[in-house]
Write a protein that binds this ligand. Structure first.
Ligand SMILES: Cc1ncc(COP(=O)(O)O)c(C=O)c1O
Length: 406
């Protein structure tokens, strides 16, 4: 009997096959391991709150007060005026000329990335993204049917971009250069000379830079300068949020700052047009953006210190494991070690075996665009130092055994 139409599965759009976000996809496997009674240690998602770091009280007070005082309706799609002013004043204070009408308050950095790529990139266009990359960029490009072109960054040179390789990838269809600095997944911080070169390349080829600066206040030696400080006229759109340096990732509160050059006026108008369609980002959290950027930031001093200590433990412990090497991160809470895999094995094989045998969940490097045979994987090192020591001891024992078995 032919299957009735009603009994057949509903097909999904073909672009879904191109969309991938390994950081969360891998959790399905972790749940299966948990179901067998193994305790899983989740080192896959960069959420400081999940590891006990606390959202500053004055931010919680600002958001809850806004709700109590009845600020629960829709806001302008570009965001609350006071929040836009606070972002502009923050950028001005850090040396970037910016007027509030070039700021949008977004549902996290993520929404800013989505809006900007949709506003700037057509189907078939090229976008330069770092390798390894934060996978949201390539995931959004998949939905636009645009092409990511990965520029290499080098673990032997502190994960700095290979500028010659980057130049060689530029085509007449290249529209955007994505920079993630400080970087997830590598923890790299680019020196001014590299940043200047990136701006020069973009300017020479008429590219817009999407500057992901969500970790800009989490350099271990203090906040890193905004990219826009190097050239006030460059075509730079900068993104950040309350998720990382303000310890409130679940609030989905962020912002984007469209550079002052009139060359970006049409892009700004396009972004605003798209933003109208999603009405506004969550209202009460926008009051917390004001509190965050105009209030006390002393929590960041303690947070940076905690991160620097964890980074040191991470680098020392992983480099002591035979067959593994790890470039020291200089910001944020990620490291991307590499293990010399036996021929024929992939980074995913290694990470899944580690998960199944030890309950430790990391994300394989190919989820960030790395070649699968390179043996890279990303660790989130937010756990407390004693827990980290125990995790690295287990990774060491597992890896010695894994490589010996091969
Ligand atoms: C480089 C980078 N950009 C953007 C995001 C998304 O951040 P948000 O929570 O602000 O959307 C993350 C989150 O991990 C990230 O690492």
């Amino acid at each position: 009997m032919p299957t009735s139409k009603a009994a057949r599965p509903i097909p999904v759009a073909s672009r879904i096959n191109r969309f991938s976000y390994a950081i969360r996809n891998i959790v399905t496997e972790a749940r299966a391991v948990e179901a067998r009674g193994v305790r899983v240690r989740y080192l896959n998602i960069g959420d400081p709150v999940a590891f006990g770091f606390q959202t500053p009280a004055h931010l919680i007070e600002a958001a809850t007060r806004a709700m109590r005082e009845g600020h629960n309706g829709y806001l302008a799609s570009v965001g609350l005026a006071a929040a836009r002013e606070a972002v502009a004043a923050d950028y001005e204070g850090r040396g970037v000329r910016l007027s509030p009408d070039r700021v949008l308050i977004t549902t996290g950095t993520s929404e800013g990335i989505d809006l900007a790529l949709n506003a700037l990139v057509d189907e078939g266009d090229d976008v330069l993204v770092p390798l390894p990359t934060y996978p949201l960029y390539t995931a959004v490009l998949a939905t636009i049917a645009a092409r990511p072109r990965y520029y290499r960054t080098d673990p032997d040179r502190d994960w700095l971009p290979d500028l010659d390789h980057l130049r060689s990838l530029i085509t007449p269809r290249t529209r955007v250069l994505v920079t993630i600095d400080p970087n997830n997944p590598t923890g790299a911080v680019y020196p001014a000379s590299v940043r200047r070169a990136l701006i020069e390349i973009a300017e020479e080829h008429g590219l817009t830079i999407l500057a992901d600066e969500v970790y800009g206040e989490l350099g271990f030696e203090g906040p890193t300068p905004l990219l826009g400080t190097l050239d006030p006229d460059a075509a730079i759109i900068s993104f950040s949020s309350l998720s990382k340096a303000y310890l409130a990732p679940g609030w989905r509160a962020g912002w984007m700052a469209v550079g002052s050059t009139p060359r970006l006026d049409e892009a700004l108008a396009a972004i605003k047009k798209l933003a109208d369609g999603r009405l506004c980002s969550p209202g009460p959290m926008q009051y917390a953006v004001v509190a965050a950027l105009t209030g006390d930031r002393s929590h960041q001093v303690a947070f940076r210190r905690a991160l620097a200590e964890r980074a040191r433990i991470t680098t020392e412990s992983l480099n002591a494991i035979p067959g593994m090497r790890c470039t020291a991160p200089r910001a944020a809470f990620y490291a991307m070690p590499q293990v010399s895999l036996p021929a024929g094995r992939t980074d995913e094989d290694y990470v899944l075996a580690l998960l199944r045998e030890t309950g430790i969940l990391c994300v394989y490097g190919s989820g960030f665009g790395m070649p699968a045979n390179r043996g890279s994987f990303r660790i989130v090192f937010l756990a407390d130092p004693r827990e980290l020591q125990s995790i690295y001891a287990d990774i060491g024992a597992f890896t010695r055994d894994y490589l010996a078995r091969a």
